[in-house]
Write a protein that binds this ligand. Structure first.
Ligand SMILES: Cc1cc2nc3c(=O)[nH]c(=O)nc-3n(C[C@H](O)[C@H](O)[C@H](O)COP(=O)(O)OP(=O)(O)OC[C@H]3O[C@@H](n4cnc5c(N)ncnc54)[C@H](O)[C@@H]3O)c2cc1C
Length: 477
């Protein structure tokens, strides 16, 4: 069993005084700027205060500003900076760790109406979009160009929100995360100044990498208003496959060997028995209730076939005897729709209970141990928690279902989450591979980063001395 001492110790940092200005004055000034794009109705404020997808208590902002352009965001931020008013940037609100809860009230800046594709440079394989464009919208726009943007968090998220949480998803094993796929960004800093983090060159050695600093900053350092993203050619051939194993260890060993052998799989996802059961019921599948891998291969016709053969040999070696490939778009879509619906399938299996999705990530060589021990921990805790993992990255999710009104259940959840983070760190991993910190994982930051956390906080204080940008997140302030 892993000791949680030190891992979830409170992050005591030099505090801001957190005295903010008069919100009514700010609302008046913003109304003059934005007219009916500044909304103070209780319903809209509540919708922007988080709570639906997170187990953290929702807290509404005082007003929601629906921004239309970079320049307008800059004007809004200048007013908030002048009156020391908290700002919570908002994309689609799909984050899971209480990222958008307005802990100190203030102004939520909703960027979802900034939906223009600004410039496509097909020959350079990049595109510049406004903050509120979603991944699906971008791929619909690109449909006739032969190009696509691969990062797929499985939720309807905005591309700026994805950059702000350093998101990834099922195909990160082949295409990387948002960290690897943002070329540059336009950002409104806490002063209201507009900064462009770089050009469109494929690489640069020109000073500090501000884009990488802002990616994953969860709205605590600035507001991303535009992003230039890398694009990829749609593969000539896409094949999907599914196969099951007698044990989680065997499935994980097959994944490890696949990665070590350099098979360039585009997706390799692990579902444990409980998750398969949930997907069978929810998505009308008839998969064997065993640890199962969902795979996708991208390449030329021959290249895909070669990858499939290589993987099949590996799967055979670890005792899988039901490898099934699907090349028709209909079969592929059915399989991946079921994978994308895994969260809802897990919720559906435990109707009437509250749900919480969490993630950790470990080096791939420790993946099997981390998953097996977590599965046992779920059982020992008396909780329900199917596991689904982006196995090629060593990243896995547990969807816990529990009775929110039961103090006993809440304690079980809390201690389970602490042990999960401790286990990931003991295996040289991270308390979150893709969901981010928000409120929920702030207590693990010291355990993961040690003194590094103080340097992160020094950056935060230097850029946002009045703590107006999404206060109360990432650091306990
Ligand atoms: C069913 C389900 C499955 C999911 N699966 C995955 C997954 O596989 N991988 C994954 O990575 N995530 C996953 N998520 C989490 C979520 O989709 C991501 O965190 C996503 O990147 C959030 O984008 P958003 O537009 O909804 O941002 P929001 O939730 O609106 O905001 C997220 C954070 O970013 C900040 N922010 C938003 N916009 C900006 C901006 N323009 N500038 C600066 N800061 C900003 C906010 O202040 C907040 O801190 C899942 C969520 C759900 C509901």
């Amino acid at each position: 069993m892993f000791s949680v001492v030190g891992v979830c110790e409170m992050t005591i940092l030099k505090s801001y005084n957190d005295e903010y200005g008069d919100v009514n004055v700010v609302i008046e000034a913003l109304r003059a700027l934005l007219g009916d794009k500044l909304v103070t109705s209780a319903a809209v404020r509540k919708q922007h205060g988080g709570g639906e997808l997170t187990y953290h208590k929702a807290q509404s902002p005082d007003a929601v500003a629906f921004a239309q352009s970079t320049e307008q965001v800059a004007e809004i931020v200048k007013i908030c900076a002048q009156y020391k008013m908290p700002i919570v940037p908002y994309g689609a609100g799909s984050s899971l760790e209480g990222h958008i809860v307005a802990l100190k009230g203030g102004i939520c800046i909703d960027l979802s109406e900034m939906t223009q594709v600004v410039e496509l440079h097909a020959e350079d394989l990049d595109v510049t979009v406004q903050a509120g464009v979603t991944r699906q919208e971008l791929n619909v726009y690109l449909r006739d160009t032969g190009l696509f943007f691969p990062i797929d968090p499985g939720a309807e998220a905005t591309l700026a929100g994805m950059a702000a949480t350093r998101a990834s998803g099922t195909n990160a094993v082949r295409y990387g995360t948002m960290r690897d796929n943002v070329v540059n960004m336009t950002v409104v800093m806490p002063t209201g100044e507009i900064v462009k983090t770089g050009g469109r060159a494929k690489k640069s050695s020109a000073g500090y990498d501000l884009a990488r600093l802002l990616i994953g900053s969860e709205g605590t350092l600035g507001i991303i208003t535009e992003l230039t993203l890398k694009l990829y050619g749609i593969p000539e051939k896409i094949l999907s496959a599914v196969c099951s194993f007698e044990s989680i260890e065997q499935a994980c060993e097959a994944v490890i060997l696949t990665i070590q052998a350099g098979v360039p799989v585009a997706r390799i996802e692990l579902l444990d028995e409980l998750q398969v059961q949930a997907c069978n019921a929810y998505s009308k599948l008839d998969l064997a209730v065993k640890p199962t891998l969902f795979l996708e291969f991208h390449g030329t016709e021959n290249g895909c076939q070669e990858q499939v053969e290589m993987f099949k040999d590996i799967a055979d070696e670890f005792g899988s005897d039901d490898f099934k490939a699907a090349s028709s778009a209909e079969d592929r879509n059915k399989l991946w729709k079921a994978r994308h619906d895994a969260y809802w399938a897990g919720c559906d299996m435990a109707l009437g209970l509250a749900h919480l999705s969490t993630d950790v990530c470990v080096p791939i060589s420790n993946f099997a141990k981390a998953v097996v021990e977590t599965q046992q921990d779920v059982v020992d805790s008396g909780l329900m928690g199917p596991i689904v993992g982006h196995a090629g990255d060593g990243n896995f999710h547990v969807l816990l279902s529990f009775d929110e009104s039961s103090a006993d259940d809440m304690e079980k959840v809390k201690t389970f989450l602490d042990r999960l983070a401790a286990r990931a760190l003991a295996y040289e991993g991270t308390c979150t591979g893709e969901h981010g910190i928000g409120i929920g994982k702030a207590k693990y930051m010291r355990g993961e980063h040690g003194a590094g956390l103080d340097f992160m906080f020094a950056i935060k204080q230097a850029l946002d001395p009045d703590n107006i940008m999404n206060p109360g997140k990432i650091f306990y302030s």
